[in-house]
Design a protein around this ligand. Structure first.
Ligand code: HEM
Length: 403
């Protein structure tokens, strides 16, 4: 995109723009010419205006300063979504945020999760066995990418594995609410939220009666009460079930797409899995940026890159752009499974840093580790269909052929 490009042609927040993938050329132009950009939005479902922050350094700086850039007014630019997701930790500031985060964080520590590595490897093997059983052509989303994150989150929450199909549908509607395929009417969004809330309540009732070795059972006080209001509990389950599977599914899907488009990188990984798997997982997350942005709200007037952001105004942190910032990443558009260092911001930064990052990394590693000896080549067997969403970089259909 030329330096003369008029800012009137910039649109990095309309969902439709993302049907063909994130607008990386516009991001590059913004980083170079307008790193803190005043973006007016024409979509009536989105709030009418937001600042767009595209440089790695600025995204980090804002994420580190929750007092000036608050999460409490929502992290989504879609009005209904912002409203429905409250109250939950992602939409809270400290100390309320820390209170809820602490209740569940012991289940997500690297030490606890590492003990499950072998188990996730076994689940990954079952998923890959099922996907490859049909002759080598399949939808990479439903047959492969979606399965392990759903099985893992069901186990963690203590939900029966067969409920994963319902959770898959609800998460699509709730998280990709901008996409008319998933949400043809506002009612569809509302009813998915209500169904998931009802499901969360049923789960709590069941766990109160018959506790298990799972996160929901562990929440209960000895007297059988939850240390959360009903709304806080519902928000927590909604966040864990939906966010915990959609984003990881997207990361795996983008990884499969990356390897189909770059067979040489798959060969590098196959040549030296032990030496390359960890860096490959980080590169998949950087390259995919499953979460496109998270928003903040300024709590006071603040100057950034020569712009004055006023108290109450929204700021969107474009992780997809920060993760391709040439000031930080050499040859940023290259998919390079050996990339080191790789200081991507795919899991966010600061006090809201993704609670599920270790889990997501283990899942990605498990899936690719199982695929390495089984697949020598990925090929696209049809068009890739992406979600129409500027919030998540999700893929809806990924027809794959493997050899
Ligand atoms: C590759 C997969 C994933 C990606 C790219 C991702 C991305 C993110 C990002 C960018 C944030 C920061 C939000 C902010 O700063 O406003 C976040 C927060 C969060 N993520 Fe993830 N996530 C992934 C997987 C998971 C999984 C598997 C779980 C849970 C099972 C999870 C649970 C959470 C929770 C609970 C938060 C809120 C943390 C807080 O507010 O303190 N995520 N995630």
């Amino acid at each position: 995109m030329s330096d003369q490009m008029a800012t009137t042609t910039i649109d990095v927040l309309s969902p439709a723009v993302y049907a063909d993938g994130p607008p990386h050329r516009q991001f590059a132009w913004l980083r170079a010419n307008a790193p803190v950009y005043d973006h007016t939005l024409s979509d009536p479902n989105l709030i009418e205006r937001s600042w767009v922050v595209t440089r790695h350094e600025d995204v980090r700086m804002i994420s580190r300063d929750p007092e000036t850039f608050s999460s409490a007014d929502g992290i989504h630019l879609r009005r209904t979504a912002t409203h429905q997701f409250r109250p939950n930790m992602i939409n809270m500031d400290d100390p309320a945020h820390q209170r809820i985060r602490k209740l569940v964080s012991s289940g997500f520590t690297p030490r606890v999760l590492r003990t499950f590595r072998t188990h996730y490897g076994e689940l990954a093997r079952q998923v890959v066995d099922r996907a490859l059983a049909g002759g080598g052509t399949f939808d990479g989303i439903r047959a492969l990418a979606a399965e392990l994150p759903l099985l893992a989150i069901c186990e963690i929450a203590g939900a029966p594995a067969e409920d994963r199909f319902r959770i898959f549908e609800w998460s699509n509607v709730i998280l990709s609410s901008e996409d008319p395929d998933y949400v043809p009417t506002p009612d569809a969004f509302q009813s998915a939220v209500m169904d998931l809330i009802r499901y969360a309540q049923e789960l709590a009732d069941r766990k109160r009666r018959e506790p298990g070795d799972d996160l929901i059972s562990a929440l209960f006080e000895p007297d059988g009460r939850l240390p959360l209001s009903d709304e806080e509990y519902e928000g927590l389950v909604l966040l864990l079930l939906a966010a915990g599977n959609e984003t990881t599914r997207s990361a795996i899907a983008h990884g499969l797409l990356g390897f189909a488009e770059h067979p040489d990188e798959w060969a590098v990984l196959r040549d030296d899995p032990e030496g390359t798997l960890d860096t490959a997982v980080e590169e998949v997350i950087r390259w995919a940026s499953p979460v496109n942005y998270m928003a903040r709200t300024a709590t006071s007037d603040v100057e950034l890159a020569g712009q004055v952001i006023r108290a109450g105004e929204k700021v969107a942190l474009l992780y997809s752009s920060a993760n391709r910032d040439e000031a930080v990443f050499e040859d940023p558009d290259r998919f390079d499974v050996r990339r080191t260092p790789n200081q991507h911001l795919g899991f966010g930064f600061g006090s809201h840093f993704c609670l599920g990052a270790t889990l997501a990394r283990i899942e990605l590693r498990a899936i690719f580790e199982v695929l390495i000896p089984r697949v020598s080549r990925f090929e696209l067997a049809g068009p890739v269909v992406r979600a129409r969403s500027s919030f998540l970089n999700a893929i809806k259909e990924l027809p794959l052929r493997v050899a």
